[in-house]
Design a protein around this ligand. Structure first.
Ligand code: BG6
Ligand code: MG
Length: 219
């Protein structure tokens, strides 16, 4: 990478970056853990952020010391997803996180490209629900990747679909695994959230309020 960042594309994670669905994933996983006889704290949930549904279940079963047959695992994932989708169905368009719509619009106006890079298989209906779909040039979601974050595949597919070199891409992520994925793919990473957790990022912001494309000058 050159000394000064030349950003031509932004890749956004979805859950916890664009919309506050990270809390719904947590509530649904915790409900499943409780049914299996153990609890899940918010701190423990941190390590599940950005991680695929199937891998998250494996982590939780190991944590709870529960062993299940494959058919039971499928049933558990479908239960969790059913609860998660109940939250999503009840969600309002205004649950887009503060400043995100304005930031996406400023990126678009600046002529840069916009992509989604999410582990979620529920990404499309959520983007539709909050009305930001027209701002995205490319959507990479959990239905298209074979290697989940922290593997860089999600963001590499995004950069390549946008036809932008990784050196010219910045990823916005709320999860340590996502920041790691971006850096492993040779891209800049801006963490959204707590800088004590997102230590691998080039820069961490608490959220998008008051943020515009000048942020790229800080990379
Ligand atoms: C990520 C979330 O965006 O998507 C994870 O951070 C979630 O918590 C993963 O497990 C998969 O999402 P879904 O909607 O396909 O279960
Ligand atoms: Mg996230």
């Amino acid at each position: 990478m050159s000394e000064k960042a030349d950003i031509k594309a932004c890749l956004f994670d979805l859950d916890g970056v664009i919309v506050d669905t990270a809390k719904y994933h947590y509530l649904a996983w915790r409900r499943l853990c409780n049914e299996l006889g153990f609890d899940l704290s918010e701190a423990e949930n941190e390590s599940l952020k950005g991680i695929s549904r199937v891998e998250s279940l494996e982590i939780l079963l190991r944590k709870g010391g529960v062993s299940l047959a494959q058919t039971e695992k499928e049933a558990m994932m479908s239960r969790k997803n059913g609860w998660y989708l109940e939250y999503v169905d009840a969600m309002h368009a205004d649950e887009i996180l503060p400043g995100v719509r304005e930031f996406l619009t400023s990126v678009k106006k600046s002529g840069r490209k916009i992509g989604l890079g999410s582990a979620s298989k529920n990404a499309l209906p959520i983007l539709e629900k909050i009305g930001v779909m027209p701002l995205f040039d490319v959507v990479i979601d959990g239905t298209q990747v074979s290697k989940g974050k922290p593997d860089p595949q999600t963001f590499q597919l995004g950069a390549s679909a946008l036809e932008v070199h990784p050196d010219n891409c910045v990823v916005f992520e709320d999860a340590a695994a996502g920041v790691e994925a971006a850096r492993a793919g040779g891209m800049y990473a801006i963490g959204v959230g707590d800088d004590a957790i997102l230590t691998g990022a080039n820069l961490v912001i608490p959220g998008f309020e008051g943020i515009d494309t000048d942020i790229f000058n800080k990379l």
